[in-house]
Design a protein around this ligand. Structure first.
Ligand SMILES: Nc1ncnc2c1ncn2[C@@H]1O[C@H](COP(=O)(O)OP(=O)(O)O)[C@@H](O)[C@H]1O
Ligand SMILES: [Mg+2]
Length: 283
């Protein structure tokens, strides 16, 4: 059974589906997947994300999380604990002045035993690499550090899934890297299902699956290698491809036979190295 499932999900902010923000979305996400959601501004990414943990409810259709229907009032608290959300603005997510108090805030509200909370807070801070800041003032941290504290706050709730809505959009390159490294680690080491909404192609390229949204609909849903081969289609809806993919397209235009399925700097280096070495042999 799919861990997150949307069935014919349509949604309009004013209940009038003639101008729907989401149109007949059918996706299934399995436990342990790392899915990126790409799309131009206004394509419906945030609206979709908010359906995946019951912040918004479908106008039509159904969303289930770990078998629970998001429209079921009684399941809502459990759904929110199962699928936590990280938002774009790091400052809006800090609730307590000291880092470890901030991480403990949600489990404290659940009435979890203090010893258990202590353990969870320590583990969560360790996982996001923020242990040495545990007694620091949360407001003094960098954007990347604040996002990692926000992630730790979710981890203390032991979620199975984390949905991140453009978590790096307001960060500098260093902060972006820290947060991406943390997200990848949560997926590969803790088996937490990741839904990462982003408009950075290089971040989407790190996922195992990319869903491309356009005007409230799912346009592509495949591996990043396949998705980024559709450069023309992506450009027509205002998206780019990763720089390394773009370079391959430009080389092809010059009749240099390179594969198109190149989405990372490492793959790009491998391809270019092969070409250069071939040249050396024939020289
Ligand atoms: N709170 C809201 N009330 C009314 N319309 C909204 C609201 N939030 C978003 N929309 C509209 O819904 C559509 C999808 O928006 P959104 O999900 O925020 O897209 P994205 O996250 O991809 O930029 C857009 O047309 C947007 O203007
Ligand atoms: Mg958005």
């Amino acid at each position: 059974m799919a861990f997150i499932k949307t069935e014919n999900l349509s949604f309009a902010y004013d209940d009038d589906l003639s101008h729907a923000a989401l149109k007949n979305i059918n996706i299934e996400i399995n436990e342990g997947e790392f899915v990126a959601i790409l799309g131009h501004n206004g394509s419906g990414k945030s609206t979709l994300a908010k359906h995946l943990n019951g912040i918004l409810l479908p106008t039509e259709g159904r969303v289930t999380v770990d078998g629970m229907d998001t429209a079921d009032d009684e399941a809502l608290i459990k759904i929110r604990r199962t699928a936590g959300m990280v938002f774009q603005n790091p400052d809006n997510q800090i609730v307590a002045s000291i880092v470890e108090e901030d991480v403990a805030f949600a489990p404290e509200n659940l009435g979890i035993d203090p010893l258990e909370i202590r353990k969870r807070v320590d583990e969560a801070l360790e996982t996001v690499g923020m242990t040495k800041y545990k007694n620091h003032s949360a407001h003094m941290l960098s954007g990347g550090q604040k996002q990692r504290v926000a992630i730790a706050g979710l981890l203390a709730m032991k979620p199975k899934c984390i949905i991140l809505d453009e978590p790096t959009a307001m960060l500098d390159p260093k902060g972006r890297k820290e947060v991406m490294k943390t997200i990848k680690k949560l997926n590969s080491e803790e088996n937490i299902t990741i839904v990462l909404i982003t408009h950075y192609m290089d971040e989407a390229a790190k996922a195992k699956r990319v869903i491309v949204m356009n005007k409230g609909e799912v346009m592509l849903d495949d591996t990043p290698h396949y998705v980024f081969q559709n450069a023309g289609l992506l450009k027509s809806i205002g998206l780019d491809v990763p720089q390394s993919t773009e370079l391959m397209f430009e080389l092809r235009k010059q009749d240099i036979k390179v594969p198109l399925a190149v989405i990372s700097d490492d793959e790009c280096v491998t391809v270019l190295k092969e070409i250069l070495e071939e040249d050396r042999v024939t020289d």
